[in-house]
Structure formats: C-alpha cells, structure tokens
Design a protein around this ligand. Structure first.
Ligand code: AMP
Length: 292
C-alpha cells in the first residue's frame, strides 16, 4: 500500500473529533461522513470517493458496534485490522478518522436508544432481532458527534440504508443521505468484510447469492412482472446450491421493504444466507442494469 505525504488525522475521543470537525467547518468546509466497521475494502473506498465529490472534508468512523450484534453473532471475531485500515483510509483521502472505543461511545449508565419501528422487524430484522435498533442508535450518535452535511451509505445494506433514511427524515437530522452502488468482485460477489471468513470453496458457493439475484433480474428484463415467477427464478439457483442456507429471498419495495405484489422498475430483490458459519447479504434493483 503506498503511503501518502499527508495521513488522516486519527482520533478516538468524541471531544477530539468534534474539535477537528469544528475547525474544518470554521473554514466553511462541507463535511462528508462515511460510517464503517472497518476491515476496509473497495466498497468502503467507493463511499469515500463519493463523499469527496460531495464535500470538502471527509470524516470516516471505524467502530464495531456491539449493539447491532446478537449474542451468537461474530462481534468478538469481527476483523479489526486498525493500523492497516488507517493507512488505507489516509491513502483514499479520508481527512479525519474517528476510531472510538466501546467505552467512549456507550456510557455505562446510558438510558436512551433509538427504536427502528415495525418495518425493521422484517427480513434482516426478523433474522437479527434488535439489529436495526443497534444500527440506528449508533448512527444517530455518530451523526450528532460529527454533524455532517452529507452522509454516504452503501446500497449493499439496503434495508439499513432505507431505515437510516427514514430516521434522518423522522428525527430531522440536518444532512443529506447518499446511497451509493454496491461494489463487486469481478465474478459478481459483493465485497464484504465478512468475505475474509470464507474458504476458497465457500467463496465459490457464495456466488449462488448474486447468481440468484441476477436470475430474478433476467426474467424481469424479459418482461415478467409476476412476483412468484421472478422469485422462482432466484430460488431455482439457490436450490442448486444447498451449501447456502438461505434466510430469505424476496422481491420487495426498496423503501418500505413490503413484499411486492407486482414487480416494477426499482423493486429490490433481496437475499441473505449462511455459507458455513458466515452470513452474507446482497440485493439488486430491478430494471437498473445490474443495479448500478
Ligand atoms: P460495514 O463496515 O460493513 O458496516 O459497512 C460500512 C458501509 O459500507 C455501509 O454503508 C455499507 O453499506 C457499505 N458497504 C459495505 N459493502 C459495500 C460494497 N460492497 N459496496 C458498497 N458499499 C458497501
């Protein structure tokens, strides 16, 4: 990894990141913000690139948020290559890197959290109870700490992006949300920090996820609008890959996440499943030429 002359300012306290952002804002800079859990890959970097286009100064956070992990999930083994990430972020043009500890983010005597509402209990929320409450609580805190003008999220986590958008609207955060396209490997696999868990064989099996989405998209492109027919095309691919334990595969409204009755351009096809112990999610937007 090439190093650059200027590196990001890495700070781990809320007071320090507030001071650094306030200083930048004093120069009338527009602040762009990219929240992450680290183990950075090209997907994260595409969000930084987008934030750089939309703002003068980019803040990235790296925080593995315990609130969004269930008791049997991978919180403790989630990859945390912090030094490497700091270099990658600096090379990508991140100006301020915020890397708080759990203790810095969550007071022991804290009382208040964000509740994501009923639509959060479908799909990802059904498989991961409480997950989106944890996501929205940390994102609300990060928004209040950084106070960005623009926040960039990935479409890869579509339900998360829809719920953050709803929170920005319903709780009046003064920022603009951008949802950027999913970055994929050449063979279609969506980049994810959790891909590092996969053996070569599991990585191959995991391709069934994107292939199921593309099969559904292909029948939509041929003119099919019947949900059952579109979903069947995807399920056929998944049935041929029994190594993938599917949690859900569905055509939904990309904002409400209600199961669609009739597919339309902009409907989302969402899929989630486990390959070995690793849980992966992906989605595609119908009628958008492989979503991007
Ligand atoms: P994470 O570190 O997994 O919590 O992700 C941080 C941000 O990066 C979220 O907004 C994700 O949606 C986004 N992201 C993750 N993977 C990708 C990808 N393959 N392409 C684009 N954005 C991504």
């Amino acid at each position: 990894m090439p190093s650059t002359a200027t590196s990001s300012l890495a700070v781990s306290s809320i007071a320090d990141v507030r001071a650094a952002v306030a200083k930048a804002r004093g120069d009338a800079a527009r602040i762009g913000f990219v929240p992450t859990m680290g183990a950075l890959h090209r997907g994260h970097l595409s969000l930084v690139e987008r934030a750089r286009k939309e703002s003068d100064m980019v803040v990235m956070s790296i925080f593995v948020n315990p609130l969004q992990f269930g008791p049997s999930e991978d919180f403790s083994r989630y990859p945390r290559p912090l030094e490497h990430d700091a270099q990658v972020a600096a090379d990508a043009g991140v100006d301020i890197l915020f890397t708080p500890s759990v203790e810095e983010m969550y007071r022991q005597d804290r009382l208040i959290a964000v509740t994501a509402g009923t639509t959060s209990q479908q799909w990802e929320g059904a498989v991961r109870p409480g997950h989106f409450d944890g996501v929205l609580t940390v994102v609300a805190k990060l928004f209040n700490i950084v106070q960005p003008d623009v926040a960039v999220f990935g479409r890869k986590d579509l339900q998360q992006a829809a719920l953050v958008k709803a929170m920005v609207r319903d709780l009046d955060f003064a920022l603009r949300m951008i949802v950027a396209p999913t970055v994929r490997e050449e063979d279609g696999l969506a980049l994810s920090s959790r891909n590092t868990y996969l053996s070569p064989e599991q990585r191959h099996d995991a391709l069934a996820l994107v292939q199921s989405l593309r099969a559904a998209s292909a029948v939509f492109e041929e003119g099919e609008r019947d949900i059952r027919a579109i979903e069947t095309a995807g399920w056929d691919v998944l049935s041929a890959a029994p190594q993938v334990k599917v949690d859900y595969f569905a055509v939904v409204n990309s904002e409400s996440f209600a199961h669609e009755l009739v597919a339309a351009p902009g409907s989302a096809v969402i899929v989630a499943g486990r390959v070995g112990p690793t849980r992966l999610i992906d989605n595609i937007m119908l009628g958008e030429n492989d979503q991007d």
